[in-house]
Design a binder for this molecule. Structure first.
Ligand SMILES: [Zn+2]
Length: 311
């Protein structure tokens, strides 16, 4: 549960991805146009924590890539109907500047007119999947109109990242995530769309135990570690990555919207009691599978180390 007085750590940050980690893909990074970012900074200051890294989208990519992150999955979400096309255009343009170092996800507001068409256009423009956020977008994932979104992703073989865990909830949201979200509802989608790839962020917090069991049972479900392998949230269950199906968990950070050092979670990942094979999978290989990164355009000439155009 978020509250207006959550603390921000002033913990020291490292200059690079910690030594000893394999190549890292960050599967959960947020970018937005400046006006929306300003509103998000304000919302977090009033309802949760102070966001430590208040940067533009380009600076976010440059920061992570120059600190040794190999590949970035960039996410956005439309908080109201009618803005998704514009946000998708923004995402596609930003990602194009960084060649194959960044993969952008589309957004759509569930229930808005022509949701399927909006997504199809975004995929045609090169976006690699879609991100949905039940707390901000207030959708019922089992509602009929969601099928347009699931169908469009399935047909295009594009994954969905959907924040449909119930935490971290906030009373400042327009809806109650506990009324809208449950692991059981996700299970309906997994059964109805067996060839649709779904990632639930934050390991499904607060139903982490239910999600840990569901990844054992369903090959179309992935989870990301975003913010829940640090010690930040009070959680009923202590997370032990060694207890998870290792080919279904992806590292993600929630950068830049975090209250602590950018590498805090990477240090936890490095210290996790898991095999080297599991570490390589969680750090990057599972994200490559989930987001079809092998099908990204090949490395292009004319890009510098961090993927900016040099021509
Ligand atoms: Zn996030």
């Amino acid at each position: 549960m978020l509250n207006p007085n959550m603390h921000s750590f002033n913990d020291p940050e490292g200059p690079k991805v910690p030594d000893g980690l394999p190549p890292v893909t960050d599967a959960h990074v947020h970018i937005f146009p400046g006006t929306i970012f300003s509103a998000i900074h304000k919302w977090f200051d009033e309802n949760a924590w102070h966001i430590r890294y208040q940067m533009t989208s380009s600076r976010i990519f440059e920061f992570l890539l120059s600190h040794g992150i190999n590949h970035i999955i960039a996410l956005q979400y439309a908080h109201k109907p009618g803005i998704a096309r514009q946000l998708n255009k923004y995402m596609a343009e930003k990602c194009r500047e960084y060649g194959n170092r960044v993969t952008g996800m589309a957004t759509v507001f569930p229930g808005e007119d022509d949701a399927g068409g909006i997504l199809q256009d975004a995929f045609d423009a090169g976006l690699g999947g879609v991100k949905l956020h039940a707390h901000v977008q207030c959708f019922d994932m089992n509602c009929d109109h969601m099928d347009h979104i699931y169908e469009c992703c399935r047909i295009n073989k594009k994954p969905i990242v959907m924040h449909v865990g119930r935490e971290p909830k906030s009373t400042a949201y327009r809806c109650d995530p506990y009324a809208l979200c449950s692991a059981e509802k996700v299970e309906h989608i997994l059964k109805d769309f067996p060839d649709l790839k779904i990632c639930v962020p934050h390991l499904g917090f607060d139903e982490t135990a239910a999600y840990r069991k569901m990844v054992e049972k369903y090959d179309n479900l992935w989870l990301d570690t975003t913010m829940v392998i640090t010690d930040y949230f009070q959680m009923a269950e202590k997370i032990g990555l060694g207890h998870y199906r290792s080919d279904r968990i992806m590292y993600g950070s929630d950068f830049p919207n975090i209250p602590y050092a950018w590498d805090r979670e990477l240090k936890e990942l490095k210290a996790a009691a898991i095999s080297r094979d599991a570490l390589e999978k969680i750090s990057a290989k599972n994200a490559a599978d989930f987001f079809n990164l092998g099908s990204q355009p090949a490395w292009k000439d004319g890009l510098d180390f961090i993927g900016r155009n040099t021509k």
